[in-house]
Design a binder for this molecule. Structure first.
Ligand SMILES: Nc1ncnc2c1ncn2[C@@H]1O[C@H](COP(=O)(O)OP(=O)(O)OP(=O)(O)O)[C@@H](O)[C@H]1O
Length: 774
């Protein structure tokens, strides 16, 4: 209070003297000199060395960060300076949306600044050997970022293992944290806990490995005042010895009175960075909220020149009672005079030689970093977590194993079988336009040949509907009751005999009378072609039947084009066998896409991936763990698909089953990599779903799965050549239908192409994950 009054007097004095040039007594002169010296020191660029910056827990200098495009940037950090001395609790305060989370994510190395520099625990976040991200940090993000299907103990075990703790060490910490955070010691899943309890589990996960730097983004939301106090007490106790530091953001401004230092953030800068006592004292306020309001108002007015802004602040702030010595090692955020930071934090600067600082590497953007060897304890934690997640989501897993079976069965039961029960309208004038059934004719008879032909046609499963006349028969076709109309002339049998016997001498009316006029509904190509095929085959059967019955050589009825047994494939090819290779690979490929992208997006969108990355796991480790666990699932799916395709539904396979299995599994692996790629390039599940679904039909159409590539537009043929499933489909088809071995180029090219796609997807995914930060 005395200091404030003195400050007030001192603050008023110089201004008056400056304007009025008052009496020059020795005392006043000395005071003025002291004051000027203090101001000079406070607003002169501070000397900050690399050494001093690395001595802080966190040191941010001239941080600049924007979102959005260059033309319309949303500047979040605008030349911000921040200094968090070791062993302190640092309260980061500011209005919602001012950029606290952004700043924290830059500190933990998950976002990059667009300008300026950050030092965390003596190193640059993300640089080799800095330990940041890594177990030196405990990070509690704003979102819950926990696996809902895990229990509390499992959650802590996972994060403990990630930090390199043993199961015993986690167990030892478990009871303490349960007690500290008043968590229910039950086996209930995290998703079954209340919102506040979930946040406390999240806090426990950040505390479990006792990190050097704790970064807590709003840890006390939804926590009752008593518990909030015990959390603060714990934070105070862990920082007491000076080797643990806490940065905490909160919307309960007044709880930060217990912090060692407070940074008030607004409009991309700090309004002040002081201890709570100094803030209250220096600004003559009763609450930190008032200080914040006051400084905000000043900042608003401070659109004018910085010097006048500083003058105003100076007028409200008293000088320290003791003149302080100028220390080159002192380190305040306002080293460039941006922050209104008035206290000398000399006392908080650790002295002595720099202790075992990590190497001063540049942020790890090197290629080798991406593939650095995985750490065993990370892999252990990740694999355990993945398996546990699958175990807990057994409904989803049953679906993943059931779906390929259902899809394969559906394919085999629905595609490629000949349509049956098709109707044809028959107008037979040989029966005098009656609808009487045809009498049955056998042996060498030339009577009612139309009926004899129709007998052969109906043997092929076609349903023949007699109509009285042409109009009625055609009407049935036009209304979709029949797929075609066959009309026989009244002199059909007679004309046909003449046509055969008299051959070149036959009259034109005899030729016309022996024709069967056919009007087809060709709106369905498959049905139309199949009926035409049946009519032609029936005609051949009919001719051979008559010729045999009348002791002629039935060979006469055949066309001179004689199709021998095909070199490869069946005499009557089956569309199911043609499409099967592509369909099977598509099923395996897209199931793997769904599994991988789903699992990855769940992690990403719930902040779990982010949290894991801050805990120090690498992209390679995540990739490896997912590949390992999902590969097991994919193997199961592949086995089911192959068993149902070949032994159960009898899809033709004349080739080496080993090649079929290998190629199918490789394609599944390629699908996993595509799923990984989808989850990396898509921000949300919705965009990932659109991408996965959007890519389904183009892949199916372009890869020659439902129609031969030779029938495509010439330009698309080139595109098709490089599509992920084209070569593998061709390769599998060749193995299944031709029985070719691996040394044939068509076969091994399927493997090569799939392998290249795997490399492409993996490389892009790793690059995106590596570089897609803020
Ligand atoms: N990925 C992003 N892309 C674009 N803008 C973003 C992104 N992340 C944050 N922002 C914007 O940046 C600003 C700062 O966000 P940030 O989450 O850092 O604020 P905050 O201070 O943590 O807010 P709160 O206290 O509400 O959590 C906000 O306006 C937000 O909309």
């Amino acid at each position: 209070m005395v200091a404030a009054e003195e400050g007030g007097a001192a603050g008023a004095g110089p201004a008056a003297e400056a304007s009025g040039g008052g009496p020059g007594s020795a005392d006043v002169g000395l005071e003025l000199q002291t004051l000027q010296e203090r101001r000079r020191r406070q607003f002169t660029t501070q000397h900050s060395t690399l050494w001093t910056r690395r001595q802080q827990a966190v040191c941010v200098r001239r941080a600049y960060k924007k979102y959005g495009s260059k033309s319309a940037p949303n500047v979040i950090l605008d030349g911000l300076n921040m200094t968090v001395p070791k062993g302190t609790i640092y309260g980061l305060l500011g209005a919602s949306g001012c950029g606290k989370t952004t700043l924290l994510s830059c500190i933990v190395g998950r976002r990059r600044l667009d300008g300026g520099e950050i030092w965390v625990l003596g190193g640059r976040p993300g640089s080799r050997g800095s330990g940041v991200p890594g177990p030196r940090i405990g990070y509690m993000p704003q979102e819950i970022a926990l696996y809902g299907e895990f229990g509390i103990r499992e959650t802590l075990t996972y994060f403990g293992w990630l930090a390199g703790m043993s199961a015993k060490e986690v167990d030892a910490k478990f009871d303490f944290l349960i007690e500290l955070l008043k968590l229910p010691n039950t086996s209930r899943f995290v998703k079954e806990l209340s919102g506040g309890q979930q946040r406390r589990v999240s806090l426990a996960a950040a505390l479990v490995h006792d990190p050097e730097l704790l970064i807590l983004d709003e840890p006390t939301v939804g926590v009752d005042p008593v518990l909030r106090q015990s959390i603060w007490d714990h934070l105070v106790s862990i920082t007491k010895e000076g080797n643990r530091t806490v940065i905490i953001t909160t919307h309960y401004i007044d709880e930060t009175r217990q912090a060692g230092m407070i940074g008030l953030m607004r409009a991309g800068k700090f309004l002040a960075e002081e201890s709570p006592e100094d803030l209250l004292h220096n600004h003559g306020c009763d609450s930190l909220e008032d200080v914040f309001l006051k400084l905000s108002k000043i900042q608003n007015r401070g659109k004018r020149r910085r010097s006048s802004f500083m003058q105003e602040i100076m007028a409200t702030v008293p000088p320290p009672e003791e003149p302080v010595s100028f220390d080159l090692n002192s380190e305040i955020s306002g080293e460039f005079g941006d922050n209104i930071s008035l206290s000398n934090k000399e006392a908080e600067i650790p002295t002595g030689q720099p202790s075992d600082l990590p190497p001063d590497d540049e942020a790890g953007n090197e290629w080798t970093d991406m593939f650095k060897v995985a750490q065993l304890h990370h892999l252990k934690a990740l694999l355990w977590k993945n398996v546990l997640w699958m175990w807990r989501n057994y409904g989803f897993m049953a679906f993943l194993f059931g779906l390929p079976v259902v899809e394969t069965a559906l394919y085999c039961l629905t595609i490629g079988r000949d349509p049956v029960g098709l109707h044809l309208s028959i107008v037979n004038h040989e029966l005098n336009n009656t609808m009487d059934p045809c009498p049955k004719h056998e042996g060498c008879s030339y009577e009612l040949l139309s009926c004899r032909y129709l007998q052969h046609l109906s043997k092929r499963g076609v349903i023949l509907d007699p109509y009285e006349d042409y109009d009625a028969g055609l009407y049935a076709v036009q209304n979709g009751h029949a797929w075609g109309l066959l009309e026989f002339a009244s002199n059909f049998s007679h004309s046909l005999v003449k046509r055969i016997n008299e051959n070149r001498e036959a009259e034109w009316y005899e030729l016309e009378g022996s024709d069967v006029n056919v009007w087809m509904d060709m709106s369905d190509q498959q049905i139309g072609n199949m009926l035409r095929r049946d009519m032609v085959y029936s005609l051949m059967d009919f001719s051979q039947d008559i010729l045999s019955a009348c002791d002629y050589n039935p060979h006469l009825a055949q066309t001179p084009l004689k199709f021998e047994k095909p070199v490869y494939g069946a005499i009557i090819p089956n569309f199911r066998d043609f499409a099967a290779p592509g369909v099977l690979l598509t099923i395996i490929f897209f199931l793997s896409v769904a599994l991988t992208s789903g699992a990855m997006l769940i992690e990403r969108n719930d902040g779990l991936l982010e949290r894991g990355l801050v805990a120090g796991i690498t992209v390679t480790e995540i990739l490896f763990s997912h590949v390992a666990t999902q590969f097991m699932v994919m193997c199961g799916q592949t086995a089911l698909v192959l068993v149902f395709s070949f032994p159960v539904f009898g899809i033709t396979c004349v080739g080496n089953m080993g090649i079929v299995i290998a190629l199918t599994m490789l394609t599944g692996f390629c699908g996993m990599c595509f799923g990984f790629f989808v989850s990396c390039v898509c921000a949300t599940e919705r965009t990932a779903t659109y991408l996965a679904m959007g890519s389904f039909l183009p892949i199916v159409m372009l890869c020659g799965i439902i129609w031969p590539i030779e029938g495509m537009h010439p330009i698309l043929r080139y595109i098709s050549f490089i599509m992920p499933l084209t070569q593998s489909t061709e390769s599998l088809r060749t193995v299944l239908a031709r029985g070719w071995e691996f040394h044939q180029p068509t076969v091994y090219f399927g493997f090569v192409s799939t392998f290249i796609w795997i490399i492409v997807y993996l490389t892009v995914s790793v690059l995106v994950l590596k570089f897609k930060k803020g």
